[in-house]
Design a protein around this ligand. Structure first.
Ligand code: ATP
Ligand code: MG
Length: 578
């Protein structure tokens, strides 16, 4: 797990080594100072030796300057390394998510991925900085201070061998009590993020269902839970203070008591006593710092696990060794295709699909909601892979094609399509980044989008809000169709993409397709039968199976379902035409 994450350190390796090196220098000078102070007092001041005082004073000043410089450099290197590491890690996760197939994405919640890219990375960044700096500093400080204290007076320094284990045990108990609470807090953060994300992106739905109150309550409950957990954790953490104070002052009292006796019996000097007290502070403080680092590392462990879960996920759609680089035409053959979203074969979303679609044909697909229409067409550009059977385009299995070539040749307007923030033109260029203005206008004319775009204040440069919310549903759908057309695909799939477009415009789009892109295979999923009635072939799907295939005229004669749908919709259709 650790290895996988640490790979992202990359160019910040040097800084990551510099930080502890400078910390070591800082600690050496810092530990040296109380020792030098003892000399200054005992050898200089006590004997009124001005020369000695000046010399040592100078050395002390130099030592503190060196320690300061080393400390600053260590801080800088640690900040640099941790921020750089976090940047790389964030990039790596983002890149990984981009490589995910739809199936991979089904396994992670959006909120979970957002938490990983934000809170979890911040946790790891903080922990990393602590590890390369404080986690090096405190043990070094402890060991060096202990050595110096022993050198000054081993008898008095014995107190540390009693106090250190006592304090360490107390701190460990606190950590182990607090850790499970923090773990819960982070799980709750995930839930909180999910609620926030859902509500912010779906705020319009919340409002239209007048669910503000319920959502507020839900959110409040979650915040309250986090508050309570934090309070519980803080109650335990706060014990830290008294425990540490108690140990430090006990040590100081002991040192003063034993030290004073030794000074009287002339076994120790005043300056030495002073430095011993300073070492007591340094030693016990470093223990506290170390426990703090430990807590942070433990907290970040959960974050590390969650991040490595993403990094370890293998994109389940990949190119084969020598992929086919050219897709010749738009002929599609489904051969005994089965598909299920989950492993359970009984619950297949598609069963035994056999289909022959000739290049340039227009195929309409109808069926009830949840019947498997979207599932069927998603298999063509390999958004998902078939569970069994095969799909061939221009005589070759879709899995043999280079993924990029395949997806460039099969343009699909997804049912749940979105536009990104940016101008209309920028969004259209997703289809083809090198498209000229003429090509863009041509595609928009085909998709019947040109007219309304020209009526917008900034025309093609109109800035869209996130998700294109400042366009109407039907306008958005037409921009999405134009975006797909710009790919100059061999196969064009529209998944319920004209549902919000009026019937007249819908008919105009189909007419334009027929006249302007006759050679492109067109697959149109629709709820309205008049969206597909001029297709060469209509497929009716029910419960994941094809129940009828044929030309509209054939189906009108042979398929009872088609007749029923036709008759029921045409009544509503009359209303549309008026
Ligand atoms: N990502 C997914 N993970 C698991 N199951 C899914 C997923 N997407 C769809 N399903 C399930 O697969 C079945 C077919 O869904 P599909 O989206 O293909 O229906 P559809 O015919 O396109 O419906 P609609 O007309 O409502 O768009 C449904 O039972 C649905 O619950
Ligand atoms: Mg669908």
């Amino acid at each position: 797990m650790l290895k996988n994450i640490l790979k992202s350190v990359r160019e910040y390796k040097v800084a990551s080594f510099k930080a502890p090196a400078f910390v070591a220098i800082e600690v050496i000078f810092e530990v040296l100072m109380p020792f030098l102070m003892a000399w200054l007092i005992d050898k200089g001041i006590r004997k009124n030796d001005m020369d000695y005082i000046t010399k040592l004073g100078l050395i002390l000043v130099l030592a503190s300057i060196f320690s300061l410089i080393a400390g600053t450099l260590a801080g800088r290197a640690a900040a640099d390394a941790s921020a750089g590491f976090a940047k790389n890690l964030r990039f790596d996760i983002f890149k990984k998510i981009q490589s995910f197939s739809f199936k991979n994405l089904d396994d992670f919640s959006t909120a979970g991925l957002v938490t990983r890219l934000t809170t979890d990375i911040t946790n790891i960044q903080a922990a990393y900085q602590l590890i390369i700096r404080t986690a090096v500093r405190s043990p070094l400080m402890l060991v060096f201070s202990l050595i110096m204290a022993m050198r000054i007076n081993s008898e008095v320094a014995m107190i540390f061998f009693i106090m250190i284990p006592l304090l360490a045990v107390a701190l460990l108990v606190i950590i182990f009590k607090v850790h499970p609470i923090f773990e819960k807090v982070f799980n709750e953060y995930d839930n909180l993020n999910r609620v926030v994300q859902e509500n912010v992106s779906g705020i319009r739905v919340v409002k239209s269902f007048a669910r503000e109150e319920e959502e507020n309550k839900k959110f409040d409950k979650m915040s309250m839970l986090i508050f309570k957990l934090f309070k519980k954790a803080e109650k335990i953490i706060i014990l830290n203070g008294p425990v540490v104070q108690f140990s430090v002052f006990t040590a100081i009292i002991f040192i003063s008591f034993v030290g004073a006796k030794q000074i009287v019996s002339e076994n120790m000097l005043t300056g030495q006593l002073m430095s011993l007290i300073t070492y007591a502070w340094q030693i016990l403080n470093s223990l506290v710092m170390f426990s703090f680092v430990l807590v942070n590392i433990i907290i970040s462990r959960t974050s590390m696990e969650r991040i490595s879960e993403v990094l370890n996920t293998k994109p389940d759609l990949r190119n084969i060794e020598k992929p086919v680089e050219e897709l010749e035409n738009g002929e599609i053959i489904f051969d005994k295709v089965y598909f299920s979203y989950i492993k359970d074969k009984e619950k297949s979303a598609l069963k035994d699909i056999n289909l022959n679609i000739k290049s340039g044909e227009t195929v309409g697909i109808i069926g009830g909601t949840g019947s498997g229409k979207s599932s069927l067409v998603q298999l063509i550009p390999r958004l998902y892979d078939v569970t069994d059977g095969s799909i061939k385009i221009a005589g070759k299995d879709v899995r043999d094609y280079d993924l990029k070539i395949l997806r460039d040749s099969v343009a699909m307007v997804l049912q749940k399509n979105i536009l990104f923030s940016g101008t209309i033109k920028e969004n259209l260029r997703w289809g083809n980044k090198d498209a000229t203005d003429d090509e863009i206008i041509h595609a928009c004319k085909l998709a019947q989008a040109h007219e309304f775009i020209m009526s917008l204040p900034d025309k093609y440069d109109t800035v869209l809000d996130q998700g294109g919310t400042n366009l109407s549903g039907g306008q958005r759908q037409r921009v999405c169709i134009a975006r797909a057309l710009l790919k100059s695909p061999k196969i064009l799939i529209l998944d319920d993409s004209t549902s919000a477009v009026d019937t007249k415009t819908d008919a105009a789009i189909r007419r334009a397709f027929k006249e302007e892109i006759p050679n492109v295979t067109k697959i149109i999923i629709a709820q309205r039968i008049n969206s597909i009635e001029d297709s060469d072939k209509i497929i009716i799907i029910d419960k994941g199976q094809i129940v009828a295939v044929g030309s509209p005229e054939e189906l009108m004669k042979t398929s009872k379902i088609y007749q029923e749908v036709y008759n029921s919709q045409m009544k509503g259709g009359l209303f549309d035409e008026q």
